[in-house]
Design a protein around this ligand. Sequence first.
Ligand code: TYM
Length: 367
Amino acid sequence: MGRPRRGSPLACASVDCTSVSAATDIPSQNEAPKPERRPRVFSGSQPSGTLHLGNYLGAIRNYVAMQATHDCIYCVVDLHAITVRQQRAELRRNTIDVANAYLACGVDPERSIVFVQSHVPAHAELMWILNTITYMGELRRMTQFKDKTAGAEGESISVGLFDYPVLMAADILLYRADAVPVGEDQKQHVELTRDVAERFNNAFGKAFVVPEPIIRTEGARVMSLDDPAKKMSKSAGSENSYIALMDPPDVIRRKIRRAVTDSGSEVRVGPDKPALTNLLDIYSALADEPVDEIVRRYEGKGYAGLKADLGEVVASALAPIQARIRELEADKSYTLGVLKTGAERAEAIAARTLAKVRERVGLVPRP
Ligand code: TYM
């Protein structure tokens, strides 16, 4: 197989990155101009099941768009995935699947670093150091931890699940990332990362960049198709609640046709129409068309027409990604090569940060 084609298969609306600005020092007359460093992005997704439309719209699509303006590092966070028990063979397959999805959606390994978290041990080492300055109270307040452990006895909740946000902070801080594109559900974790970075810098001397979460308005929170009060998630009970990146067109059409709707028959958004709001948001994000215009087109028509058209919009948006994933699956060595180079490049950056952190803390350098 040849190299997969570059670039995004879809029109990606621009990402609002106004909170992040490149370093633009003006050199004095005698000074040679410094090569401009583009702001850096870090983000990651877990290989803990099938990637779905929420991952694509909330995160991966932004990974692709941000390559135009940032130096990007994208990670498959397998150490996060094992905070919930995984089947060995499935975890291996899912790890490669997430890497393939990044590449198929348009992450370009010549411009961006793509790697697997466990291939760079510095993540776990920095996590340990950050553990020593993170408070139990902060971790207990994390909504995702509370959701994942709701109803469970404290005795049987793993330390890894509790500590998960500190590993995420280590991921981001190791690469001195300026910006972290994520869906709305990860915002609290990025805020914790900022607090921990500032605490370290104040206590030990500056080692970290304090990162900004980048959350785009459309697609930031794609909801479940069978319960619009819950976010679309791979761990949700029913297969009908999410659209997997690899769902065939007829499955996509069926899932959207069966999606729950609100009472009444009017196509519009609003707090009393959570299901319709979700469907219209998905439509708008994928067709790159404002919600108002879509609503105007369906005025006076019922839900069925909207659902049928949305099925086509989703199926045709995912078709080129699916075709590229199949190409990548046919040539396993290509993705492994990308991950090998990615780990080497990531490790070199991580080692520099970790050396500085060790020095700041007072650990004796290895003779
Ligand atoms: P994960 O693997 O659950 O999800 C990957 C990305 O997809 C986004 N996302 C969604 N966006 C919109 N609507 C949804 N329904 C939806 N579901 C998921 C997530 O917000 C995320 O951006 N802890 C992270 C992974 C992680 C990470 C990091 C992210 C580990 N280290 C460092 C950024 C930086 C997670 O579990 O994402």
